[in-house]
Design a protein around this ligand. Structure first.
Ligand code: CAA
Length: 380
């Protein structure tokens, strides 16, 4: 079951997020980007307004919205700044393995913490030598008494410097590939856990990205998510649910690029007329509109399929790959429409281009999405 129409409630959620973005994100997005500032004040206001942790079930303090409605919020936040949107949605990514496999006590402790006070959480599969190949991760765990001891390094961890807890994927035996992987919730103050330096990124600079080091880090057995050996499938099921979020970020970037280009092209003159009257510019803008429309229908389809409980691995990958690749193209063309002005920080489109690039990399590169799609298309 999928839907493309917005209900009254959907429209109200969308409007709340749109107004929030206009008032609180757009005015400061350039400064956050320039200085690489973590958007703590924006997150506090978003948290107070109920725009964070929206998928958490009501009994743990959340609104229990679906992925579809979360995507509506994401698109609006990303219209203002994808670095802010990634920060807010980082909590959803980290919460999803607990939503899927956590017991009541784990949900109460960890999801409850996110809804009780403004706090952050991180999802940790990637490592310095294992990003696309999740089954190749090297962080080890060993059970000793009623604890697990973790050793290894996690890389590219969103919200890493601010998280109160981390979902860490680790293996009991790297030679077992995906069958050896388990997932643990590791609180920030665990002995043996330390946080690395903040990455100095090309785009999405408001989002905090770090390494996490685990040195004989001790975790109570009660923090294992699901059963031992189920971590890899839990990671994949999580991505199925969160890849549409990236599709919705991409839609935010495409819509912003389109709006900026329409305004600029009607204003800026060349050869005696506004550049909007030149077919070369018209066609670029028409292609942006097509990409936004198609991308946002694919994202709606993936999100609503998931909300209906259907398997949506391939559609999530369609949405993620199509939207990320098109956001990159649309943002690059937006810089072209603006010409030399677009290449400067006086105008917002160069930031869109830098921010869009990450959409083709995180939560599975565009190439990994094609691996997922090709295996299903070719394998039946
Ligand atoms: N749901 C449930 N089970 C699944 C599944 C899914 N979507 N996908 C695979 N599985 C199961 C398979 O059925 C198989 O099960 P059996 O052993 O029972 O047969 C098992 O998992 C292994 O599957 P594969 O053989 O397909 O595994 P693979 O090693 O070939 O890897 C992959 C597949 C698609 C390449 C996967 O490694 C992948 O998605 N890689 C990308 C990782 C990624 O997205 N990284 C981003 C990091 S997070 C991030 O960026 C967040 C941030 O902070 C910004």
């Amino acid at each position: 079951m999928y839907r493309f129409d917005l209900s009254e409630e959907d429209l109200a959620i969308q409007k709340t997020a749109r107004d929030f973005t206009r008032e609180h994100i757009i005015p400061v997005a350039g400064e956050l980007d320039e200085n690489g500032t973590f958007p703590q004040d924006i997150c506090r206001k978003a948290w107070e307004l109920g725009l964070m942790n929206v998928e958490v079930e009501e009994e743990y303090g959340g609104l229990h919205l679906g992925i579809f409605q979360n995507c509506l919020i994401n698109e609006e936040l990303a219209y203002g700044c994808t670095g802010v949107a990634t920060t807010v949605t980082g909590n959803t990514l980290a919460s999803t393995p607990i939503f899927l496999a956590g017991n009541a006590d784990q949900k109460k402790r960890f999801l409850g913490q996110l809804t009780e006070e403004l706090s952050y959480a991180s999802y940790c599969t990637s490592e310095p030598d294992a990003g696309s190949d999740v089954a190749g991760l090297r962080t080890r765990y060993e059970k000793v008494g009623d604890e697990y001891i973790l050793n290894g390094t996690k890389q590219w961890i969103t919200n890493g410097g601010h998280a109160s807890w981390y979902v860490i994927f680790a293996t009991s035996d790297p030679s077992s590939r995906h069958k050896g992987i388990s997932a643990f919730v590791v609180p920030r103050d665990s002995e043996g856990l330390s946080v690395g330096k903040k990455e100095n990124k090309l785009g999405q600079r408001a989002s905090d990205t770090r390494q996490i080091h685990l040195e004989d880090c001790r975790v109570p057995a009660a923090n294992l998510l699901g059963a031992e050996g189920e971590g890899f499938k839990l990671a994949m099921r999580t991505f199925d649910r969160t890849r549409p979020d990236i599709g919705s970020f991409a839609c935010g970037i495409m819509r912003r690029a389109l709006d900026e280009c329409v305004a600029y092209a009607n204003e800026r003159k060349a050869f005696g007329v506004p550049i909007a009257q030149h077919q070369a510019v018209q066609f670029m803008i028409a292609d942006m509109a097509i990409a936004y429309e198609a991308g946002h229908l694919l994202t709606y389809k993936a999100a609503s399929l998931l909300d209906s409980g259907a398997a949506a691995t391939i559609v999530s990958s369609y949405a993620k790959a199509f939207c990320a690749d098109n956001a990159m193209k649309v943002a690059t063309d937006a810089v072209q429409v603006f010409g030399g002005n677009g290449y400067t920080k006086e105008y917002p489109v160069e930031k869109l281009m830098r921010d869009a690039k990450l959409l083709q990399i995180y939560e599975g590169t565009s190439q990994i999405q094609r691996v997922v799609i090709a295996r299903r298309v070719l394998g039946g």
